[in-house]
Design a protein around this ligand. Structure first.
Ligand code: SF4
Length: 332
């Protein structure tokens, strides 16, 4: 399939998010549909953001929005203007203990994947900061270094996905994302320049073992991020098929529930062991999967669901309203 690039309209760019269960945010803004990085394990095409819009996306020429993930990008150019109007009128702000009122860019695409999305992201962050909102940037892109003038704010934290630092592996499973070695260097530069940072050591492939975690954490601690999130590659929707298509040799082990469970628990144990040895255990923030219930103790699972991170945010960005959240579906 040829790469399809287009724009799309959006009515409300600021969406309340359930990612407070991971300690990430209370709101998300996605600057586009689709992502040109096309990571084979990406969960996004299995989410309602794509699944529920098959007909609409087909009208744009995207025949199979799931399997063609990585080959289309529909940019939402009007976000900064619409957001400005919305925030000017908004009287309440959701701030859960775990989400801390933070706005995440992005959960369903990469905000800095190319110059076009980077320009929209920059304008969007400026609007959010004007209204004194907390911002979390999560990217595999490198272009955010051009925006240090605004990203060096106490109300912004910038994180990069660094599940491993191995360019050969990266080329197999993250087809078009910048090399992991480049991402590492850029995050280091941003940190040295004074940006608040975090790392998503996620999602890790099953081949990673204790020594890999030790080596990666040693490098990551040179950046000294405020928090290090972790989860392994989980099977979601069509990502197994996409990994097989991409020639990923461990795809079948991720798709096998029993093997996935034992890998998840082994990596969790090994990562904690590595972090303990390196003195950075308190920075780890685990993203457990509720499907693990029954395989590990309820205590271990529940300790991480809806847990706030250790990040400290400026208290002057106070909430106007605390939302009630539904935790029941994650419990027994
Ligand atoms: S960069 Fe993120 S959103 Fe884009 S394909 Fe990779 S995992 Fe998915």
């Amino acid at each position: 399939m040829n790469i399809i690039k287009d724009t799309e309209k959006i009515v409300n760019p600021l969406q309340e998010s359930a990612l407070n269960k991971k300690g990430l945010c209370d709101y998300v803004i996605n600057v586009a549909s689709g992502c040109l990085h096309g990571c084979s394990f990406c969960y996004v095409p299995s989410t309602p953001a794509i699944r529920a819009r098959q007909t609409e996306l087909k009208q744009k020429g995207i025949v199979n929005p799931q399997m063609d993930w990585g080959n289309y990008l529909l940019v939402r150019e009007e976000i900064p203007e619409i957001l400005e109007q919305k925030l000017a009128r908004k009287k309440t702000w959701r701030e859960t203990p775990e989400g801390k009122g933070v706005v995440l860019l992005c959960s369903g695409t990469d905000p800095y994947q190319n110059a076009q999305t980077a320009a929209i992201t920059r304008k969007t962050v400026k609007v959010l900061l004007k209204y004194n909102k907390r911002v979390r940037i999560l990217t595999r892109g490198l272009l955010w270094l051009n925006d240090l003038d605004i990203l060096k704010s106490k109300n912004v934290t910038v994180g990069m996905s660094l599940p491993f630092i191995d360019d050969k592996l990266g080329r197999t499973i993250e087809r078009n994302a910048p090399l992991t070695s480049q991402r590492y260097e850029v995050l280091l530069q941003g940190s040295k320049a004074g940006c608040r940072t975090f790392v998503a050591l996620a999602p890790t492939p099953p081949s990673m073992k204790l020594d890999h975690f030790k080596a990666n954490l040693e490098k990551i601690m040179v950046i000294n991020p405020e928090v290090i999130f972790w989860e392994p590659i989980n099977a979601r929707g069509t990502n197994g098929k996409r990994m097989i298509k991409a020639g990923v040799d461990f795809a079948h082990s991720v798709m096998n529930k029993k093997v996935w469970e034992s890998t998840f628990i082994r990596q969790w144990d090994e990562l904690e062991k590595a972090a303990k040895e390196l003195g950075c255990l308190e920075k780890l923030h685990i993203w457990p999967d509720p499907a693990l219930r029954g395989c590990i103790s309820d205590d271990r699972l529940d300790r991480w669901l809806y847990k706030p991170t250790i990040e400290k945010w400026d208290r002057s960005t106070a909430a106007l309203k605390t939302a009630k959240i539904d935790r029941a579906r994650y419990k027994k």
